[in-house]
Design a protein around this ligand. Structure first.
Ligand SMILES: Cc1cc2nc3c(=O)[nH]c(=O)nc-3n(C[C@H](O)[C@H](O)[C@H](O)COP(=O)(O)OP(=O)(O)OC[C@H]3O[C@@H](n4cnc5c(N)ncnc54)[C@H](O)[C@@H]3O)c2cc1C
Ligand code: SF4
Length: 338
């Protein structure tokens, strides 16, 4: 059995109170939402906070609001189950619901939250192990070591962004509201992440993610998300591909978003491929070219239990598969299996 390290527990009743507590303890405290990522990580001694601030009793952080003019606003405690099944989301943002239903298992979806998914720690084969296992290899840069086991001559951590909802939220121009004891700020998700496995987002000590906002999707939007994993349940993504297209009445692509997850430490937008699609009728030939570009730009490293060459090859396969489906149907396709 792996025991939790000792900690004090606080359960504030309001967001204000939570922000004050976090301000008081700063980096000695951690926010606990569903705990599906944090608790196993604490058992592995990846985090040993002196204080855990449980935000589960704050009702204002559990709201789901949809406005046809403004879009969707989710409190950060909205569960992954609700993202997968709530009618506001399945109706207006079905691709987000689909990505949520591909996360972990139903039990973990019941506990896990959208805020926790957006702030999910980056993952690596050499890091997500027990304390005992990591000690045997003398640790690594991300935790208590001085060398990266994946790229020993490198000077940074390459652990991968492993959230299933983030590539989708990214492609839909979502933003997050971050609250602290002295105010708040709103940051577009596209400006929130960094390609560094250790400092992979811009959340400052003392900040709590309170809300996620997704604007109304443009007319003619079609999207789909595909996930590569060893089993069709439980497993984290070894690759995620989100494609969003905005098609006009003449079937010309007016805007394209191609976002890769689980390749780098942050979601990766394949801009050259997006540019190639924009303004064009999407033909089979164009799909081949776009898939080639995405394949070239993806550079997965050897830090999961799939070979990097296979993950890279699957980028081409997924891009082709999604574009074929999206250009043959007029609406979102309920489920595309990897
Ligand atoms: C077996 C297993 C399989 C999994 N598979 C997947 C998968 O396939 N895809 C996937 O995306 N995820 C997966 N997960 C990870 C996890 O279940 C989800 O990412 C979940 O959404 C995390 O949410 P949470 O509320 O449990 O986060 P927590 O564990 O509570 O928190 C995660 C991190 O975010 C911080 N945090 C949380 N909320 C806030 C907030 N509001 N403000 C500031 N900081 C905050 C915490 O301090 C912590 O650092 C898996 C987990 C397990 C155990
Ligand atoms: S990429 Fe390197 S530094 Fe980062 S977790 Fe893996 S082994 Fe550690």
């Amino acid at each position: 059995m792996m025991p939790l390290p000792p900690f004090e527990f606080a359960a504030p009743a309001t967001l204000d109170e939570a922000a004050k507590l976090l301000d008081q303890h700063k980096s000695h405290a951690k926010i606990l939402a569903g705990g599906t990522d944090l608790i196993p990580s604490m058992k592995n001694k990846l985090f040993e906070p002196q204080v855990l601030i449980g935000i589960g009793n704050i009702p204002e952080m559990k709201k789901i609001e949809y406005d046809p003019q403004k879009g969707l606003t989710l409190g950060s405690l909205v569960t992954i189950t609700d993202i997968g099944h709530h009618p506001h989301i399945t109706t207006h943002y079905p691709v987000l619901s689909d990505a949520a239903r591909k996360i972990a298992t139903p039990l973990l979806q019941n506990k896990g939250t959208i805020g926790g998914n957006i702030l999910l720690d980056t993952r690596c084969y050499y890091y997500n192990q027990s304390h005992f296992w990591r000690k045997a290899i003398n640790n690594c840069l991300k935790k208590e070591g001085d060398v990266c086991r994946v790229a020993p001559s490198g000077h940074r951590c390459y652990a991968i962004s492993s959230s299933d909802t983030v590539p989708v939220l990214y492609a839909m121009n979502a933003s997050v509201t971050l609250v602290h004891a002295h105010g708040q700020r709103t940051v577009p998700l596209r400006a929130f992440y960094e390609n560094d496995g250790m400092k992979f987002n811009k959340l400052e000590p003392g900040e709590i993610l309170s809300q996620v906002h997704i604007p109304v999707l443009p007319k003619g939007f079609r999207g789909a998300y595909m996930k590569l994993r060893r089993r069709q349940t439980i497993d984290y993504p070894m690759l995620g591909v989100m494609i969003g297209l905005q098609m006009d009445d003449k079937n010309i692509c007016r805007d394209a978003q191609i976002v890769l997850g689980a390749v780098f430490s942050m979601p990766y937008e394949v801009k050259a491929a997006q540019d190639m699609l924009t303004g064009q009728t999407i033909t089979e030939d164009l799909i081949e070219k776009v898939a080639d570009i995405a394949h070239q730009e993806a550079k997965p490293l050897d830090l999961t239990n799939f070979r990097p060459a296979y993950r890279k090859r699957m980028v081409r396969v997924f891009v082709k598969r999604i574009l074929n489906v999206l250009t043959q149907k007029n609406t979102y396709v309920e489920e595309i299996l990897a």
